[in-house]
Design a protein around this ligand. Structure first.
Ligand SMILES: Nc1ncnc2c1ncn2[C@@H]1O[C@H](COP(=O)(O)OP(=O)(O)OP(=O)(O)O)[C@@H](O)[C@H]1O
Ligand SMILES: [Mg+2]
Length: 162
C-alpha cells in the first residue's frame, strides 16, 4: 500500500485519496463507482457517523438504476434493494447489527453472490467480509469530506481509473 497524502489524487496502484469539498462531490464519486459495479461486487463504505456513506451510496444507486429515485438510508430496514439493468444492488447499513450471525441472517452471503453490495458499517460483518472488495474510507475534512479508496484483491486493478 502506498503513502497517502491528503488532497492529492494519486498515491500507489491500489489506493487513492480524493477530496470531496461538497455533498455533490460525494454523490458524484458514488456515481463513478456505481457505473463500474457488476453482480458479485462488494463495496465497503467506512467512516464515522455523518461521513457521507449514504450520500455516496445515493450516487451509486443512481448510476446502477439509471434513474433518479428515492434512496432512503437503510438505518432501520438494514437493507434496501434496487433493481437495475444488471440485476440487484443491495445497499446495507449494518450499524444496528449486534453480531456477524445477524449479518448472515440478513442474507449477506446471498447478496455477495447474486447482487452487487454497498455496505455501511461493514465492520459488523466479522468473518463474512469478502477479500475481494473496494474499501471507501470517508472522513470529515473541515467543511467537506475526503475519501480514501483501497482496492483489495481483484479491485487493485479495477480502481486504476479513479
Ligand atoms: N463532501 C461533503 N461535504 C459536505 N457535506 C457532505 C459531504 N458529503 C456528505 N455530506 C453531508 O453530510 C451529511 C451526512 O451524510 P450521510 O448521511 O451520507 O452520512 P453517513 O456516513 O451515511 O452517516 P451515518 O453513519 O449516520 O449513516 C449529509 O447532510 C450530507 O449531505
Ligand atoms: Mg448512512
Amino acid at each position: 500500500m502506498g503513502s497517502i497524502r491528503a488532497g492529492m489524487s494519486a498515491t500507489s496502484s491500489d489506493s487513492r485519496v480524493i477530496a470531496l469539498p461538497t455533498a455533490a462531490a460525494t454523490e458524484a464519486l458514488g456515481e463513478r463507482i456505481g457505473a463500474i459495479l457488476e453482480i458479485g461486487d462488494v463495496v465497503f463504505l467506512q467512516g464515522p457517523l455523518g461521513a457521507g456513506k449514504t450520500t455516496l451510496a445515493r450516487g451509486a444507486v443512481r448510476a446502477w438504476t439509471g434513474a433518479d429515485q428515492e434512496t432512503p438510508s437503510p438505518t432501520f430496514t438494514l437493507a434496501q434493494i434496487y433493481d437495475g439493468p444488471k440485476g440487484a444492488l443491495w445497499h446495507m447499513d449494518l450499524y444496528r447489527l449486534k453480531s456477524a450471525d445477524d449479518a448472515e441472517e440478513l442474507g449477506v452471503e446471498e447478496a455477495f453472490e447474486t447482487a452487487a453490495s454497498l455496505i455501511e458499517w461493514p465492520e459488523r460483518l466479522g468473518g463474512f467480509a469478502p477479500e475481494d472488495r473496494l474499501d471507501v474510507a470517508l472522513s470529515i475534512d473541515g467543511e467537506g469530506r475526503r475519501a480514501a479508496l483501497y482496492g483489495r484483491g481483484a479491485w487493485r486493478e479495477r480502481m486504476h481509473g479513479f
